[in-house]
Design a binder for this molecule. Structure first.
Ligand SMILES: Nc1ncnc2c1ncn2[C@@H]1O[C@H](COP(=O)(O)OP(=O)(O)OP(=O)(O)O)[C@@H](O)[C@H]1O
Length: 308
């Protein structure tokens, strides 16, 4: 199936000459959850703003469901819901009016039943007649999501959705995201919280310094780049390793009391089973054994660190 979003060689240079995007190529599949990870200033918001048609690219193109985001601005804007980082709406307006108005802005006919459903899903129903200034920060965040969903978009962008929100709101948000995904909505989120990407994304993209370092299936990424460690607590301390283990990914730690075998999926020196057998043959015995797999966070830190 054709991707729902295709970003082709996208560049962005701001008026002050700063190049925020340096030729991004990215295809987003229909119905997936893609998490864009990157440190502060990586270019995530710039990329999202261009796809959503609220900033102009300097070069390249973005096609959303067959429509160019610059030439067919109206068509693409209707397909997309954007949850920005901050609320800029009139603070004296009620929740109900704010969300209903947002639907109208996208050229959709009023649909009170849909607005009611969105407000109920986000636990905002009992606040529908409150003005925005009467709401807590977390409730305002919910209004941002309700606005983005008011016109029934088929693509939802969430820019740092859980920065500074409490656990309840975070859970509510992910429930809404799961329900939207189940209904076929494509979801793209930016986040600093890598555990979040690890938890909910199908694919992960890493942006740094205006470049997309990689986009990959989350499981494959973790299998490919994730290093594993086998940790053996030895019966008797070891000063040096027998020569036959040289260059085998083994190291001695904890004053000779621990042996660590480090390997990754691409570079497994020998199978764990044969290593254990050979250790036994060399009279190296252990009383306990554990394994550790690097998390998405370890992978991210090493990728971004290497690109610096
Ligand atoms: N209007 C602007 N003029 C000049 N530079 C800008 C402008 N907007 C953003 N930038 C710069 O472009 C770079 C990318 O910014 P962007 O907001 O896209 O990053 P980000 O990845 O979303 O960061 P964060 O995680 O901090 O939100 C930053 O270095 C930023 O300072």
């Amino acid at each position: 199936m054709a991707p729902i979003i295709s970003v082709q060689n996208l560049t962005k240079t701001y008026a002050n000459g700063f190049q925020a995007l340096k030729g991004i190529n990215l295809e987003i599949e229909r119905g997936e959850i893609l998490a864009l990870l990157g440190p502060n200033g990586a270019g995530k918001t710039t990329l999202i703003s261009i796809i959503c048609g609220i900033a102009n690219p300097s070069g390249g193109a973005v096609v959303v469901d067959g429509h160019d985001v610059v030439k067919d601005f109206r068509a693409t804007r209707t397909l997309i819901g954007l949850v920005p980082q901050e609320l800029t709406t009139d603070q004296f307006e009620t929740v109900w009016n704010t969300v209903s108005f947002s639907r109208g802005l996208h050229g959709k006919k009023p649909n009170p039943a849909h607005i009611e459903k969105v407000l109920r899903d986000l636990s905002l129903w009992d606040k529908k007649d409150n003005t925005l200034r009467q709401l807590s920060g977390g409730m305002k965040r919910r209004v941002l999501i309700a606005k983005a969903l008011s016109h029934e978009p088929s693509i939802l962008f969430l820019d740092e959705p859980t920065a500074g929100v409490d656990v309840t709101l975070r859970k509510d948000m992910w429930n809404v995201v799961e329900r939207l995904r189940a209904s076929g909505v494509t979801i793209i989120l930016t986040t600093h919280y890598i555990e979040e990407a690890e938890e909910i994304a199908d694919r992960v993209g890493v942006i740094n310094g205006g470049e997309l370092l990689l986009v990959e299936d989350k499981q494959q990424l973790m299998a490919k780049l994730g290093r594993k460690q086998l940790i053996l607590e030895l019966n008797d301390p070891l000063d040096t390793l027998p020569d036959c283990f040289a260059g085998n990914g083994l190291s001695i730690e904890a004053e000779g009391n621990r042996l660590v075998y480090e390997f990754d999926a691409r570079n497994e020196h020998e199978s764990v089973a044969s290593l254990l057998t050979r250790l036994g043959e060399n009279n190296i015995h252990f009383r306990d054994l554990s394994t550790r797999q690097s998390s998405l966070e370890d992978i991210f830190v090493s990728l971004v660190g290497a690109a610096k």
